[in-house]
Design a protein around this ligand. Structure first.
Ligand code: ATP
Length: 361
């Protein structure tokens, strides 16, 4: 391949902080990214994903900590000295330059000879499958094609790191799925190291080797998609991983890994994800898929059905309890809105957490 990305072993964020006045947008973010990893930064709006990416890129100075590329400190360098490739949500293409000129721009600025620029741009065009489009202006391309140009432009400078900030947000659902697969293919073919910002859990799970979950400027959990999906470490991470049902109760017994809660008089048992002592307030978290209409008894809670929708193989409904808990559940049978049911959770699939963190510290 003509495009050969700069090689390194790891990028390390060492207790990186970024303040905006009194707001601590990032607090002591430490993270090691290994070469060839695809890392997703995931979290709700305002958690600090873009700030992290911009600090790595050099578009924002850090206010504390350091960023290392192997043994070189890079947070003190200007963005162009770091030389990382950036892909933005809005593509940020030059409207008056054609595809070839857009992709070659960074190489031209670096004073590379024309023959080298042509060779590398050709290869980038092949890689993002835009051959035949090179003379078009961005305005003559679809959103997906513009995103391909933006990706080609980011990788043609042979960056050690490719940074992507919500690159698929402006695309419709079908194209988003297609480009998602394309981004992973390009990452693999190039042997790139990619840091990818998203608030979309599915995108992070399907793309990343490891996911970093941020909240309020703090790293809440780092793990593979499977680790985060199966074993979120905190309630807010579980929430992000689809545990829509959060049943607040009190701990009545625990034997280490298993814990039993009293939730509005019902006994709900599950797997303890945090240390919990008897009498403590706690939450049982359950995915809608694992909360089924069933018989009264252990791990079942009484509820009144609010809505029910047919989803082909089964029904998905919402319900509430007498104490005001809300549920999303599934059912093999139709159930009438207004009817009383028992919602039963598989106790292997209930995770129990301590009280969530409360907003910003
Ligand atoms: P989103 O998905 O909405 O972009 P995010 O997770 O990327 O969210 P950031 O954009 O990193 O979040 O913002 C983190 C926090 O820092 C937010 O509270 C935001 O309002 C604040 N912030 C970001 N940029 C600035 C700025 N230039 N000046 C002041 N506050 C800022």
């Amino acid at each position: 391949m003509t495009i050969a990305l700069s090689q390194f072993d790891e990028v390390r964020l060492d207790r990186v902080s970024r303040d905006f006045g009194a707001l601590n947008a990032l607090r002591d973010v430490s993270l090691t990214i290994r070469r060839r990893e695809f890392i997703a930064l995931l979290g709700p709006s305002g958690c600090g994903k873009s700030t992290t990416l911009n600090c790595i890129a050099g578009l924002l100075p850090v206010t504390g900590g350091a960023i290392w590329l192997d043994k070189s400190r890079v947070d003190t360098l200007r963005p162009e000295e770091r030389g990382f490739g950036m892909v933005f949500q809005n593509y940020a293409l030059f409207p008056h330059l054609n595809v070839r000129q857009n992709i070659g721009f960074g190489l031209k600025m670096r004073g590379k000879p024309k023959a080298e620029i042509d060779r590398k741009v050709d290869e980038a065009l092949n890689l993002v499958r835009l051959r035949g489009q090179e003379n078009k202006l961005p305005g003559q391309l679809s959103g997906g094609q513009q995103q391909r140009v933006a990706i080609a432009r980011a990788i043609v400078i042979e960056p050690p790191l490719v940074l992507m900030d919500e690159p698929l947000s402006n695309l419709d659902a079908k194209l988003r799925l297609e480009m998602r697969a394309e981004i992973r293919r390009i990452h693999n073919e190039l042997g790139a190291t990619t840091i990818y910002v998203t608030h979309d859990q599915d995108e992070a799970l399907s793309l990343a080797d490891r996911i970093v979950v941020l909240r309020d400027g703090v790293v809440r959990q780092v793990g593979t998609p499977k680790e985060l999906y199966d074993a979120p470490a905190h309630l807010d991470v579980a929430d992000f991983m689809g545990f829509r049902n959060k049943l607040q109760g009190k701990v009545i017994g625990s034997d280490g890994s298993r814990v039993v809660l009293d939730v509005e008089g019902a006994r709900i048992s599950g797997v303890a994800r945090e240390s919990l002592s008897a009498g403590a307030a706690a939450y049982a978290a359950v995915r809608p898929d694992d909360l089924m209409v069933g018989e009264a008894g252990q791990n079942a809670i009484a509820a009144t059905v609010d809505t029910i929708e047919y989803r082909g193989r089964e029904f998905v409904g919402t319900a509430h309890s007498a104490g005001g808990l809300d549920f999303v559940f599934r059912s093999h049978q139709p159930v009438e809105p207004g009817s009383s049911v028992h919602l039963r959770a598989d106790d292997q699939r209930v995770l129990v957490f301590a009280e969530p963190i409360q907003g910003r510290h």
